[in-house]
Design a binder for this molecule. Structure first.
Ligand SMILES: [Fe+2]
Ligand SMILES: [Fe+2]
Length: 331
């Protein structure tokens, strides 16, 4: 990835677009159910990914049950997939990407996002719901008409659009983790936890590979750096006890601090494959208590205070409950 401030050398842009058209002929309207494993294999070959990363992603494509269009859960998943795709295009446009770059990048991002969602432990759409929570936090100043999170208030519209894209793709590295590991549930052995924790780094690797293969404009490369940072840093903790680098306080990018809170809210309030009746998703009140307990340790206190101020707005409280319900929770 190009370092901040340095433009990529001319002529390094690979002709990925024409290759994609050969791999995906006639796929004008993007649908998850249109891409076959052989096509995904070809798409992955366009990226500078190492072989083990490619093979692990393809192994996760093996689960084809989700394709049965008569299955109600499959229909719901495809609806969420389409919503994710729309959001991806919307925020990519807000970042100023060209129509061609949006099409090319979504054709690579979306099948990988689909795999990471299908094999994840929360019900389909975790990254989408996390983005919806982040969306409220990023718009907190506009909603409340005053500055509630100073560092967020300083961000440009483009920086906020990047963070929204970063939320949509923060767990893309799960596409590379063995599906059975992700669904084991707790308590996990130290080895299993370490293997799952690697998804953050894999996500950064995948995003960097996509942007290195497609992006030629310096500003777009910068967007790619932010998306990659968000994937790598979303499990960092404000107190420095997080993964993978143990960054502390403001060393963690503000977008990643918003991501940690938004990601955790969905993780604690949505249905999980391995959860049983003794361990249901947290309800609204319990979620607030858990967030308060982890304020200034896992979460940045400034972001939490902004979130709590938002919740005092009756419309926002209802919106949060609505997102929780869409994740199978019972607020
Ligand atoms: Fe994660
Ligand atoms: Fe996540």
């Amino acid at each position: 990835m190009t370092r901040r401030g340095r433009r990529p050398a001319k002529g390094t842009h690979k002709p990925v677009c024409s290759s994609l058209r050969k791999i995906l002929p006639g796929v004008e309207e993007w649908r998850a159910d249109k891409v076959e494993p052989a096509q995904l294999e070809e798409i992955l070959k366009l990226l500078d990914l190492n072989q083990s990363l490619r093979e692990a992603i393809l192994a996760n494509m093996g689960d084809r049950k989700w394709k049965n269009p008569r299955n109600k859960a499959v229909k719901e998943r495809l609806a969420v997939f389409d919503a994710m795709h729309n959001e991806f295009c919307k925020w990519a446009k807000a970042c100023g990407w060209s129509a061609r770059f949006i099409r090319e990048s979504s054709e690579i991002f979306m099948p990988l996002l689909d795999i990471s969602e299908r094999i994840g432990y929360t019900i389909y759409g975790h990254q989408y719901r996390s983005m919806q929570y982040a969306d409220l936090i990023l718009d907190s100043d506009k909603i409340l008409k005053r500055v509630v999170i100073p560092e967020v208030a300083k961000l440009s519209d483009r920086a906020k659009a990047r963070i929204r894209l970063g939320m949509l793709t923060h767990d893309i590295g799960k596409a590379r983790i063995d599906a059975h590991l992700l669904r084991l549930g707790g308590p996990l052995s130290r080895e299993d936890k370490a293997a799952i924790d690697k998804h953050a780094g894999f996500g950064g690797e995948i995003i960097t590979a996509i942007f290195s293969s497609l992006a030629s404009a310096w500003r777009t490369m910068r967007d790619g750096e932010i998306l990659s940072t968000m994937a790598v840093s979303h499990h960092e903790r404000y107190d420095g006890k997080g993964q993978p680098k143990g960054l502390i306080g403001r060393e963690i990018y503000i977008g990643a601090r918003v991501a940690t809170l938004s990601d955790s809210i969905d993780a604690m309030t949505s249905k999980r494959f391995y959860r049983d009746k003794k361990d249901p998703p947290a309800d609204y009140k319990t979620m607030i208590q858990k967030v308060r307990i982890d304020m200034d340790t896992q979460f940045n206190g400034m972001v939490v205070i902004g979130f709590f101020e938002l919740l005092e707005h009756p419309f926002i409280e209802e919106r949060v409950c609505e997102i929780m319900r869409s994740g199978g929770g019972n607020p």
